[in-house]
Design a protein. Sequence first.
Length: 453
Amino acid sequence: MKTSGFLYSSLFIALLLGSGLAQAQVSAAEAARLGQDLTPMGAEKAGNAAGTIPAWDGGLARDPDAFKADVGYPDPFAGDKPLFTITAANAEQYRDQLSPGQRAMLTRFSDTWKLNVYPTRRSASYPQRIYDAVKANATTAKLIENGNGIADFKLATPFPIPQSGLEVLWNHLVRYRGDSVKRHYAQAVPHASGDYFMTKIEDLFLFNQAAGDYSQENGNVLFYFRQSVLAPARLAGTELLVHETVNQVKEPRLAWLYAAGQRRVRRAPNVAYDSPGTSSDGMRTTDNFDMFSGAPDKYDWELLGKKEMYVPYNSYQLADKRNKYSDIVQRGHVNPDLLRYELHRVWHVRAMLKDGMRHQYKQRDMYFDEDSYQLLLVDHYDNRDNLWRVGESYTINLYDQPLVWTKGDAVYDLIGGRYVIGVLSNEEPANQFDIALTPSDFTPAQLRRDSRR
């Protein structure tokens, strides 16, 4: 089914969603398109008719020695120059390729915010074993429990030829980010004056290779996660332990908290939905983590189709370790001179709060990269139907792996004029992949032993 540049017809959407969730598996013939006219991840391999989006040619090749201590990941597109700049003055000209939230940002910060648009580089790439897993998933993976869980998949993109909004969302939730990862990053929540302090955080991830195999005891665990606050001193020692479940309605996310002042581990039942995110001063919700994470059950998910949009992409300049945080964090928003926007095809999914459910966000319009299923842009509406917050993810291909992941996630408050920017690693140690971790490292008892004041 061809969707490039156009929204699905209302009839097609009705056929998919009118009688409940469509079965996810596709035929062997459809799956055979992966690696042919579709990329191994299911994106359209061809460029667009206008020639402004090129064909995917394999993305960035793996370079195991790519990371440099002084730079991070050298920008493979450093020679590119902006094609043009979108500002409040000319935003109407590009209206069809911008989200309402992007246009609102240009209006709200008309004197300082802009989008520097560069040539489109389809840099996304993954290991061959991930491509093999994605192809296998195409004919086996399925939604279960009204879309609140998935089954019969390997730990990689489950639905490379998606047929519903929930399938696109699950592609984001289960996308490949390595097998085990340690990452250090910094987060800031600038005041309206522009003043801020940096919170330093360490995350540990262990992705469960048995996820979705419900015959195993841990089959409903998607990944194990530990988060430690390292600075400032008044917050240091706070630890969060999470067992991220696949089906969070059947088995809610399991979470424990170690508070240094209390020196004990306790269950944390509210680490979900719109509870406040770690050290975010209320500027993001827990399910804003990773742009969206957690259970999808509070929303109805509508697939509005695929369209061409200017989205943050290949943010190597922002991630450059020669930048200090003071170069990035500015009043009202991050430094737009360090950002790169490109024209890409994205899946547009709308989440609408179900009747009887409560959440700070009544509506979320989400835009997922077709090449990676990384969620790049989210418009959030409050319960009075006002456009409230805009989320942007500044991603790169970590081409020593290779995989696509963020080097900065921001949530901008259009009403209050403040924002939170997290996952900055410019002044932090490099991500470490394939570190020696086991599920036993992610128990309350181990958290208690490892925690420190």
